[in-house]
Design a protein around this ligand. Sequence first.
Ligand code: BES
Ligand code: MN
Ligand code: ZN
Length: 498
Amino acid sequence: MTLLTPIRGDLSDQKADLILHFQYEGEAAPTTVADAKLRTTVSKVLKLDGFEGKADSAVLWHANGDHPASRYLVMGLGKKDEFSPEVLHRACAVAGSRAVGIKARRAGIALAPGRWRLGPSEAARIAAGGFLHGSYRFDKYLSSAQEGAQPQELFLGVGRMDPRKLQTVLQEVKTVDTVVRLARDLVSEHPGYLHPMKMAEIARAEAKKARVKCRLIREAELKRLGMGGMLGVARGSEHPAVLIHLHYAPRSHSRKKQRVVLVGKGVTFDTGGISLKQADGMEAMKADMSGAAAVLAILLALPALKVPVEVHGLLLMVENMPDGRAIRPGDILRIYNGKTVEIKSTDAEGRLILADGLSWACKTLRPDALIDLATLTGACMVALGPGCTGVMGNDERLVKRVLDAAAEAGERMWQLPLFPEYREHIRSDVADVKNSGIRYGGAITAGLFLREFVDPGVPWVHLDIAGPAYFENSYTYAPKGATGHGVRTLLGLIRSLG
Ligand code: BES
Ligand code: MN
Ligand code: ZN
């Protein structure tokens, strides 16, 4: 666990293995360096390296004993008027990753809230949060895993302000980082280990520690309730389906609280079922429970953040396998709310379990806001690329709030329309709806399918996180693997409702 220590000044006289500074495109020197001598030397080095301050560019300089810190890393922030929290988050995440790469024990970030047009707490939240995000590694199964590869301490240079003013926000950064790490660990876990009941055991243990209520709805009860989607998808697997219901209620009961319900797709492995996926790349389908992992992470953070909003989390856990007992294309399932679904593809399984989860949430929890997170469609990645979540919903105000929260958290989300005429694509001749349409607009028809299972009047937003939940390749700005995408956005959103 990296210690976060705010200190006065710009870190010019701080001993460390790595100190981070920033520069906008077009500037001659990193303006976060106040010390004149250091600034002159660093700008010479930057010039020699042809550094221009472009976004996602960086120069690492070894100070060779001439300065208090052994290395300085200058990150480009790109054009000043294109700056956003996401740019800063990314720069600091890259720095966090570099810090692990060079085994830096003590690192520092010189904060410049004024230059970023952010409040001091916001600047600290994004910068420290980004650094910790980038320093994450999943090395549980590596025989060569290095004890203590994580930085021990991160200093935050706060300029002239009183460092104690950042204590609260830095505590929050740690809380959020801890739960995001848990989500990333769960997504990274191999699917032979993390089956639905394993997830339930972990959720129950973690919920107990965090003082969040946890109830398991097992197969027998799913049958009594009529959750045909959950049971149908799980039929080909030797692991039974389980619905994990988490509940956080704030301590004070002074006034009417908002009630938020989060629903997460928890397919621990998606082979496609009888509509089997191609073998190439199938291993990435261990990440098909990223939505559920994010919902668990969010619920676990709420008590520590003392959020004054009631939140329920529904984790819909199943495994999608081909088998003699598995559902087939042509089968008809009945969802919790009584609607029937013709199976066109057993690989469109996420929407079947979400249909049960969403309709059960509407009926029993009466949410003021209902939000689902799901690695739902490859089509969403085709539409928006790998780094962006598709946002759809039946309530423009809630959609807007989610998009605003995403921008503040530095996570990329973009709205897609729910064109009513595309409903035709999922019309069935034998059931109320079918579970897949034509290839074109696949993210949208998936959203329209889900809408069939949300009671009118319940504000609902669907987040298709198929792209950003898990990176099969690394990008300049994102390491390979699980990201915990959605956790920071939704924690921000929920806090803004309180
Ligand atoms: N889990 C997949 C979607 C997915 C694909 C997530 C790639 C992350 C990366 C989902 O269950 C699925 O298979 N969707 C199908 C839907 C189709 C059959 C209508 C898809 O996108 O191909
Ligand atoms: Mn699938
Ligand atoms: Zn899936």
